[in-house]
Design a protein around this ligand. Structure first.
Ligand SMILES: [Zn+2]
Length: 102
């Protein structure tokens, strides 16, 4: 990489999206761990749902219509059961408090 190709940045800001923001930016709810059906097609609502983007050359993304070379990939989401929501919320709360003390 040449020196002309590098750029400096002032900083990076991270944040956690709320559940509603996650759903808003998600293109698909993932409801099954299945990937492909018996015909080799991506299962809708599965981990390889075509709305998330495509990795296959020649196929088009179901969200943006681009091929794998130009599709940036799209967010999906999984609705967690209440037990997991409480666990994740507790984890983030404890992690957030830990980093505030540093
Ligand atoms: Zn796409």
């Amino acid at each position: 990489m040449s020196a002309e190709a590098t750029k400096s940045i002032d900083g990076i800001r991270f944040s956690v999206w709320s559940p509603n923001e996650i759903r808003k930016y998600s293109v698909a709810e993932i409801t099954t761990p299945e990937t492909y059906d018996e015909d080799g097609m991506a299962v809708q609502g599965g981990l390889m749902d075509g709305r998330l983007g495509t990795l296959e050359p020649g196929q088009k993304c179901l969200s943006c219509g681009n091929t794998s070379a130009r599709c940036p990939g799209h967010f999906g989401h999984i609705e967690l059961a209440t037990l997991w929501k409480d666990t994740v919320r507790t984890y983030f709360h404890k992690t957030n408090n830990f980093y505030r003390k540093i």
